[in-house]
Design a protein around this ligand. Structure first.
Ligand code: FAD
Length: 383
């Protein structure tokens, strides 16, 4: 049995951020992942300025933009028709998760976390983790950063998420060796899926094309994806789609129990409008790690959850407001009003862009929406 101060399960953005922060804070950290790095993760890879700010704060350096494609222009479409092309929008950085996550994991090891990647877990108790090869680690605090299918959440609550209430996304990587990324439009398509959207994100050597939204109202997500791919001039029969759940606004109000904390997707911290999850994953990993450090310093590991919950208050507040606002964007009976308003109103377009780029917080957006609600309602009845 090897003993640590904190065991972190999952080494994606949430787990690696937690590991860096905890190790820098002086804790003995075990970082477990079933995969070995570099490993892929189905994701658009949009790394916003919000992500960049958190990255700087947690990892202590600026994000290396030379490995991303940075765009300040974007096209919006609805139902196959162009709604608007915006130039000079806040920078949007497009990354490959294979590369991004390997970098984050590397930072965690460099900070002193002990590497338990490529290890399959056989059992979790409240204070230990056992591997299939028989080795057991123990620690007074556990952090579950193991994504949407979290086995730590299963240990705590019997299941991770109800797949009917969360989101699901399908993606493909279209190689683009012959063209520079600048020649590919960065594009968002509303109306491609119900309560969701389609995206086409140019990368250095490919374009990530995807469709995502709430799972329950989209029983035929594959059909939506096929049609979207065809709209983009690609042959759906020539491509195999990959799918992954995302906790699209279904966050856990109680993210753990006593000395066990959940972070990132395991805690449901995905923006219910934009689908952004990398930023909140890193931030919640940092918050979990700080809560663990404080609880250990107070010699009271069981107080970690109370501290974590307090630290997550701002994120939870944003997600609650976003969940309310998404009705007037995505609900089928509001889609026409939203797209009409989006086409006509520069202010709405700028607000949406600032949101997508991670520049705008939801309380500010809610105030603007309330002020514009009468005009928005009027638009509903215009043709
Ligand atoms: C189709 C799609 C597109 C998306 N696009 C974007 C986007 O463009 N921008 C954005 O910000 N967000 C996007 N997201 C959301 C984003 O991918 C997630 O919010 C983010 O990856 C969450 O990070 P995490 O560290 O919590 O979990 P993950 O990144 O899922 O990492 C979890 C880690 O835990 C490990 N793990 C899982 N189970 C176990 C186990 N049993 N034992 C040990 N290890 C385990 C996994 O191997 C993995 O390394 C998208 C999601 C989807 C599905």
């Amino acid at each position: 049995m090897s003993s640590f101060d904190i065991i972190i399960i999952g080494a994606g953005p949430a787990g690696s951020a937690a590991a860096v922060w905890a190790a820098k804070g002086g804790a003995r950290v075990a970082l477990i992942d079933k995969a070995t790095f570099p490993r892929n993760k189905l994701c658009g890879g949009l790394f916003t300025e919000r992500s960049r700010t958190y990255y700087q704060e947690i990892f202590g350096q600026d994000f290396d933009l030379s490995r991303a494609v940075t765009r300040t222009d974007i096209a919006f479409w609805h139902d196959g028709a162009e709604l608007a092309v915006l130039n000079d929008v806040p920078p949007l950085h497009l990354t490959m998760r294979l590369d991004l996550d390997a970098t984050l994991f590397g930072h965690a090891l460099a900070a002193g976390a002990v590497n338990f990647s490529g290890r399959a877990i056989s059992q979790i108790t409240d204070k230990s983790v056992s591997f299939k090869d028989g080795e057991t680690l123990d620690a007074p605090i556990l952090i579950g950063a193991d994504g949407v299918n979290s086995i730590v959440a299963k240990h705590l609550f019997g299941s991770a998420f109800d797949t009917q209430t969360i989101g699901f996304g399908l993606e493909i990587e279209v190689p683009s060796e012959t063209q520079a990324p600048e020649q590919h439009p960065l594009r968002i398509d509303f109306g491609v899926a119900t309560w969701g959207y389609g995206w086409s994100f140019p990368k250095r050597h490919s374009t990530t094309v995807g469709v995502g939204g709430l799972r329950a109202p989209n029983p035929d997500m594959k059909g939506h994806m096929r049609r979207y791919v065809e709209t983009l001039g690609l042959d759906p029969d020539a491509i195999k789609f990959k799918g992954h759940h995302l906790p699209f606004g279904d966050f856990r109000p109680t993210p753990g129990r006593a000395n066990i904390l959940l972070a990132g997707d395991a805690a449901g911290l995905v923006d219910p409008i934009t689908g952004e999850g990398i930023a909140f994953a890193m931030k919640s990993g940092q918050i979990a790690a700080q809560s663990a450090l404080d609880a250990l310093a107070a010699n009271a590991p069981d107080t970690a959850l109370v501290r974590h919950q307090k630290g997550l208050r701002e994120i939870h507040k944003n997600l609650r407001i976003a969940r309310t606002l998404r009705r007037i964007i995505f609900a089928p009976r509001w889609q026409g009003t939203f797209t009409r308003t989006f086409r006509r109103s520069g202010t709405v377009r700028v607000m949406y862009m600032r949101l997508l780029a991670g520049e705008l917080e939801y309380p500010e957006l809610a105030r603007s929406v309330l002020a514009r609600l009468p005009r928005y309602l009027l638009n509903r009845f215009r043709t």
